[in-house]
Write a protein that binds this ligand. Structure first.
Ligand SMILES: [Zn+2]
Length: 261
């Protein structure tokens, strides 16, 4: 294996870690922002409910005043009935009394409907107040959690970048140029050869290059995938069945970081 290749495997591990940390740091504040937005919306809803409750109270006060007016009018008309002299006058008074009685009945029904609406609004008010309290708590918790996670990621990022800065000068200039060029266009510069295939693009590696890839004695050779152009490497630990692939990958990267720092 080309000596730069092992270092570049470690470098790619660090580069991917930098990317993961940056992606995570970009995502973290979104949850806080979403909770803040939900909290603001719930407070707006509560304000609207409180305004509706006030409107219903005002409406009922007016309805009660109107009912009192009609009742006073009915009492006054009944007194006048005692002194009327003609049936026509009596009929006119009866008509007015009947109208006011109907109005009282209509206003009382309307008042009941308003009270029902108030009941519904009171329930909604309670639910919304609970939601607001809940969201305020979650927002505070999430803010703390996010701040801690951001601090943790910042420290990890600084640590990882320091490792990169130490590792990069140890890689040959041409290898590093190639690494940077492929990583820029492909996202990653290296791909492991697994089962005669490039693990990044799944293209089959022909038998001769595959044999070259597995030839650990060749320290000059650097192979690229004919399809995606990534630098291929072969991990002999693949032939050691006692380890899982993920563990192997990490242990290789870790040992190389240790060896090169
Ligand atoms: Zn490929």
């Amino acid at each position: 294996m080309h000596p730069d290749l092992e270092k570049m495997i470690a470098l790619q591990g660090l580069d991917l870690e930098v990317r993961r940390l940056n992606d995570e740091m970009a995502e973290l504040p979104k949850q806080v922002a979403a909770l803040a937005s939900d909290h603001a919306a719930a407070k707006k809803k509560l304000a609207s409910i409180l305004s509706d409750l006030t409107k219903e109270e005002t409406l009922r006060r007016q309805q009660e005043l109107d009912i009192k007016d009609h009742q006073q009018k009915i009492a006054r008309l009944r007194k006048q009935m005692d002194v009327v002299t003609t049936t026509a006058q009596a009929a006119a008074l009866e008509h007015e009394i009947s109208f006011s009685e109907k109005e009282v009945s209509r206003l009382e029904d309307a008042e009941l409907e308003s009270m029902e609406r108030t009941e519904g609004l009171e329930t909604a008010k309670q639910t919304t107040e609970e939601t607001i309290a809940n969201l305020a708590r979650r927002h505070a918790d999430e803010t703390t959690r996010t701040t801690e996670a951001l601090d943790r990621n910042k420290a990890l990022l600084a640590e990882t970048n320091a490792k990169r800065a130490e590792l990069r000068p140890q890689i040959g200039e041409n290898s590093l140029l190639m690494y940077d060029r492929i990583a820029k266009s492909r996202g990653t510069a290296l791909a492991e050869g697994v089962d005669h295939k490039c693990s990044a693009c799944q293209m089959v590696v022909r038998p001769q290059p595959w044999n070259d890839l597995r030839d650990r004695s060749n320290h000059e050779l650097m192979l690229t995938c004919e399809s995606c152009g990534r630098l291929l490497y072969w991990d002999p630990a693949r032939d050691a069945p006692q380890k899982k692939p993920a563990e192997r990958q990490e242990s290789i990267a870790a040992s190389i970081v240790r060896a090169t720092l």
